[in-house]
Design a protein. Structure first.
Lengths: 381, 423
């Protein structure tokens, strides 16, 4: 009996140890033979390569560690933009799939069937090499709303120039803290005295009024800079100033959000369909009005079904953003596992750092979601 | 009372409202139709902005007039229920109809009317539409990669054999049915490997050796997804069982394995297989790039398969385990005869999704230098003789992948219905 329990475990352990031992031994031998030493010291060396697009100051004289940071931030930027857009689109399409209108329902269903059955890489290629290449040159571009330009070299739009931005950010943080405080107090009031406060209206008021005050008294000011067409050579034009979004980022975000939105839409549909009809009827029969039924009965239950699979889709989107390497958007994989690896030749170190980064991102999000799930789960007797 | 009350359509003035309403909707659709197909603008005498909005307004008003509840006319009631429940729905209906009408002519003229397919060089493409000549000329490359033209029959033959052998399950007599699992899990993969090794790769029996670097196109997509699929399924099943056992070491090794592969993107796994994995092997040990890629994808997908199967195992009621144990079954007997058949039936949709994801992930192998369909497109696109036809290539590849994936998802849906047993 005891042997039955120990033997499989011993074998597993032995196999794992053997595989790891075999790999480490070979790796040591190989590195010795090729004269490569193992270590992460290269991270502080000068990187001496340039990155097309970065959110922080970066030049070739910075270290590899900073190049890593540039790549990580670019990955996060794509992921966050993609998550926001795919949620908006996914919720709309998911609800549209349940519409009583036959045309809307069918259109939404076709959208889902179409976009999720084509490989994401192909979609990214399509947007980058075919669709966005059909856009006009900078000098021929027509203005959108008079200030923004969509050209073959990217999207140009006015950027905001802040004065005393830090005060503004502090005020937003203060507003959020105040809202949390108000919510706690309102809950106490409701449970102890039974009085309902219009929490949502108060929160919105705080969120607008506090930052607005900083404009009047805090010396915060905002201006804007519009993109201007500059002539570089006889036939070469370029937009300068303002905010410029490179076509790589555009096509990546479009493709990722269109693709992931199909999966989010299916999650939303399943969630809403998963709430029993009896729940709605029971809620109406105890005298709740339509808004209360939706807010207090349907949504909390639907969200419980929607959130876990949707989080999985967000994780997938973040991991899929690594396809950026295929169209030369400088994300973590391209900058670090591509260029830096090519220059240093430190395959084991660089690939392990890249994988660990994604692993940390995924695991931390899934830990958070497990915690959240446990919190909102229905407590059964 | 038969006065025409336009603001409040009801059953009393059914006829007049219905006729006027359908006339207005018809006019609005006709206007957009003429505008889009024949480039005619019958409202050109109006100011431009009104001319654009007019069909929409007419349609809205027409739908408003037609919205009569319980009219007694079957088709009208059906129409109202399905596309015209309220103003918002009517507006969306009109927008979708207009969008479809507007989109059809340019798409058709690009794909068919103005397209070229004759000839065999770029000069044949003179129209403003698609240049299908490009696809025609490159077709063999898109399907077989750089595989030598005179040996393509070997790839075809291998695939025909594989497909025929896959259908064995449908014609086996009842007597040998219980051997089918063994056939599909063990014998079929071995035959497939032998076929591909000797027929496609060659090198023996007088067949010329073709290195895997020359393989490519859609056939490579099939080869990679086929082998990954075969390897990842048993591995995933073992991991799922490992994660559910009470033996701590087995359990945590499985958990660690699953969570690791699920946490990293496939592209980094492929990077690992191409640049890091050779460092872990003995120096004189050579492993083909394609083999490394298939191993990497199999390990990656096995983690996903494991999670799907675990879902099925967890969904089974405890009573099934208890009943099997009370009959005196051991661990393996219980799982093979009682638990897994039920659990696998439950996870058909999930498995289908995972396999679909696998097929859709295969284009990624281009990062390690293997050119399947998407990779060949990239190669063809940069060929100096054929610049500027990226769109045609992507449309072609998208259609092919779409057909494959859509067929797979429909097939899995049928499978799900076939094996559905109500408990």
């Amino acid at each position: 009996m005891k042997l039955k329990k120990i033997l499989p475990q011993a074998i597993t352990l032995l196999v794992v140890i053997l595989i790891f031992g075999f790999f480490t031994m070979n790796a040591q031998l190989n590195m010795e033979n090729r004269g490569i030493d193992f270590g992460y010291g290269f991270l502080s060396q000068e990187s001496s390569f340039d990155v097309q697009f970065s959110l922080i100051e970066y030049s070739g004289s910075d270290s590899y560690a900073r190049a890593y940071l540039v790549g990580l931030l670019n990955t996060l930027l794509v992921s966050i933009l993609g998550i926001i857009l795919c949620t908006i689109l996914g919720v709309i399409v998911g609800i549209a799939r349940l519409s009583p209108n036959y045309l809307i329902r069918t259109t939404a269903a076709w959208y889902v069937e179409f976009f999720r059955n084509i490989p994401l890489l192909l979609q990214i290629f399509f947007w980058y090499y075919a669709a966005l290449r059909a856009l006009p040159l900078p000098q021929d571009a027509e203005a959108i709303f008079g200030v923004s330009y969509l050209t073959i070299k990217g999207f140009y739009t006015p950027s905001l120039i802040w004065e005393n931005l830090d005060i503004f950010i502090y005020s937003v943080i203060a507003a959020i803290i105040a809202i949390i405080f108000v919510r706690i107090q309102a809950k106490k009031l409701r449970e102890n005295v039974g009085k309902h406060l219009p929490v949502l209206n108060i929160s919105i008021a705080i969120l607008f009024v506090l930052p607005l005050l900083t404009f009047l008294f805090g010396g915060v000011n905002v201006g804007y800079e519009t993109p201007e067409l500059k002539q570089l050579a006889k036939t070469s034009f370029k937009f300068e100033g303002g905010l410029s979004i490179p076509p790589e980022l555009l096509s990546l975000v479009i493709a990722l959000s269109l693709y992931t939105a199909t999966f989010v839409a299916e999650c939303v549909r399943a969630g809403i369909q998963g709430v029993g009809k009896g729940q709605r009827e029971a809620a109406s029969s105890i005298g709740l009005n339509r808004k209360q039924v939706l807010n207090l009965i349907i949504m909390p239950q639907a969200l419980r079904i929607i959130i876990p699979p949707t989080t999985n889709q967000y994780l997938n989107l973040t991991k899929n953003s690594s396809l950026a390497a295929a169209i030369a958007y400088p994300d973590l994989v391209l900058v670090f596992a591509g260029t830096a690896l090519m220059q240093t030749g430190k395959a084991i170190e660089i690939v392990s750092i890249t994988m660990l980064t994604y692993l940390t991102l995924s695991l931390s999000i899934s830990f958070f979601m497990n915690w959240y799930n446990a919190k909102i789960a229905i407590v059964e007797k | 009372m038969s006065t025409l009350n336009l603001l409040r359509p009801s059953k009393d003035n059914l006829q007049s409202n219905l006729y006027l309403g359908s006339f207005l909707v018809g006019i609005s659709i006709l206007d957009v139709f003429l505008n889009s197909f024949l480039k005619l603008n019958i409202t050109s005498f109006l100011p431009s902005i009104i001319s654009i909005v007019l069909p929409f307004l007419l349609g809205m008003f027409g739908f408003h007039l037609m919205r009569i509840e319980f009219s007694g006319i079957k088709n009208l009631d059906r129409l109202n229920k399905n596309i015209n429940t309220n103003n918002f729905n009517a507006a969306l209906t009109l927008l979708i109809i207009f969008l479809i009408i507007k989109a059809i002519p340019p798409v058709i003229s690009w794909m068919i009317l103005d397209a070229n397919i004759s000839g065999d060089s770029k000069d044949a493409c003179t129209g403003s539409g698609a240049c299908w000549t490009y696809i025609k000329v490159w077709f063999k490359r898109f399907m077989y990669g750089m595989y030598p033209n005179e040996h393509i029959w070997r790839v075809n033959l291998a695939f025909i054999f594989l497909v025929v052998l896959a259908f064995v399950g449908f014609v086996t007599p009842q007597k040998y049915r219980n051997l089918l699992t063994l056939y599909y899990v063990v014998i079929y993969p071995i035959i497939a490997f032998i076929l591909i090794y000797y027929l496609i790769s060659g090198g023996e029996f007088g067949l010329e050796w073709v290195e895997t670097g020359a393989w490519g196109g859609l056939s490579l997509t099939f080869i990679v997804s086929f082998f990954s699929l075969i390897f990842c399924f048993p591995l995933g099943m073992a991991l799922a069982l490992g994660r559910r056992t009470e033996l701590p070491i087995v359990k945590y090794v499985s958990v660690g394995f699953i969570e690791f592969w699920r946490g990293v993107p496939l592209i980094t796994v492929l990077f690992m297989s191409s640049v890091m994995f050779p460092m872990f092997l003995p120096e004189d040990f050579f492993m083909d790039k394609l083999v490394r890629v298939i191993i990497a994808i199999s390990l990656f997908e096995a983690a996903y398969v494991a999670e799907v199967i675990r879902g099925g195992l967890q969904a089974l009621p405890r009573g099934q385990y208890d009943a099997a144990k009370s009959l005196g079954m051991g661990y393996w007997k219980m799982h093979i005869f009682v638990i897994l058949p039920q659990a696998l039936k439950l996870v058909i949709p999930g498995m289908a999704n995972t396999f679909l994801a696998l097929v859709k992930d295969t284009p990624l192998i281009f990062v390690v230098g293997l050119a399947e369909l998407a990779g060949m497109l990239q190669m063809a696109k940069t060929n100096p003789k054929w610049l500027g036809y990226a769109m045609e290539g992507y449309v072609f590849a998208a259609i092919i992948f779409w057909i494959i994936c859509y067929a797979m998802s429909k097939y899995s849906y049928n499978l799900e219905l076939k094996y559905k047993t109500d408990r």
